[in-house]
Design a protein around this ligand. Sequence first.
Ligand SMILES: Nc1ncnc2c1ncn2[C@@H]1O[C@H](COP(=O)(O)OP(=O)(O)O)[C@@H](O)[C@H]1O
Ligand SMILES: [Mg+2]
Length: 339
Amino acid sequence: MKKLNVAVLFGGRSPEHEVSLTSAAGVLGSMDKSRFEPVMIGISKGGGWYCYDGPLERITDGTWQGQARPAVLSQSPERKVLYVLPDMREINIDVMFPVLHGRNGEDGTVQALAELADIPLAGCGVLASALAMDKERAHRLAASAGIAVPRSVTVTSPNTPVKGLEPPLFVKPLRAGSSFGISRVADMRELPAAVELALKYDTTAIIEEEIPGFEVGCAVMGNDELITGIPDEIEISGGFFDFEEKYTLKTSEIHLPARVSADKLVEIQETAKKIYRALGCRVLARVDMFLTPEGRLVFNEVNTVPGFTPHSRFPSMMRAAGFGFGDVVTRAIELAVER
Ligand SMILES: Nc1ncnc2c1ncn2[C@@H]1O[C@H](COP(=O)(O)OP(=O)(O)O)[C@@H](O)[C@H]1O
Ligand SMILES: [Mg+2]
């Protein structure tokens, strides 16, 4: 059987560029090379596209560009190829696997290129990606599927008066990730500065009521038929799951499985699937929720390109359900080509 050429996209213009590099190394390191031929496409912080063919270490240490050539992906379904400069060498692309987090990578923009070229996508399509990235529109869709969501408002200026919400509040860029630009506001006087910070990452900020309890997550994979991983739980001692905590776990701890009853685990999985369907997700996504002290599940967000390092939550949740990292990558590619 002919090997499938899988374009793995990494880097990108979002503040999560470095996170993407580690995730991509995770995906590339676990890919079954007897069935798939990776085509490594690096996107610089400035947005330039390059074809890379060096070792994984140079991706993670950020020096990959020294061994890469400028490249252009054809948007034409008649030529599903990557052109590599300067001689316009053509590399066929059978599947696109975007391992890009945040803006321009997880928000439907890159996904649109694959859809234009009719290249199967190992991930969510344009609409689901864009909806999941937009925290307020994702809330609305989850709510329409009967899921509880935090009360929230959106603002575009630090001076907009906010009514109907009491602190503690969470202020976030509407479309970002890795906790960039997020603050917890305990006193209304801190609100304008928090909004100003969020607006450094996006033109709109969302202000949400704080949901007490802890955060739980669930890995979901599939198109029509869905499978789930074992839900996990994030235990935080003070503060919230900010960028530093996510990558150092200094004061927080991830419990897998989440420390809840067997029934609750199933309820988390079923709720995650409902949200996945409400947003129209395909292939894979990680669905994050809060579990309140009363045992109520409240939607937080959907990550359509979750972290993919070997220690990341998505692969860990799938591993606990019996699927190794390699199986997850294989399944994602199989789900991409299954139409
Ligand atoms: N409404 C909320 N109530 C309680 N904690 C929140 C709320 N919103 C966010 N948080 C905390 O902030 C963290 C990051 O917020 P999140 O919406 O998941 O953004 P990101 O897309 O950057 O991961 C969450 O993991 C959680 O610890
Ligand atoms: Mg999050």
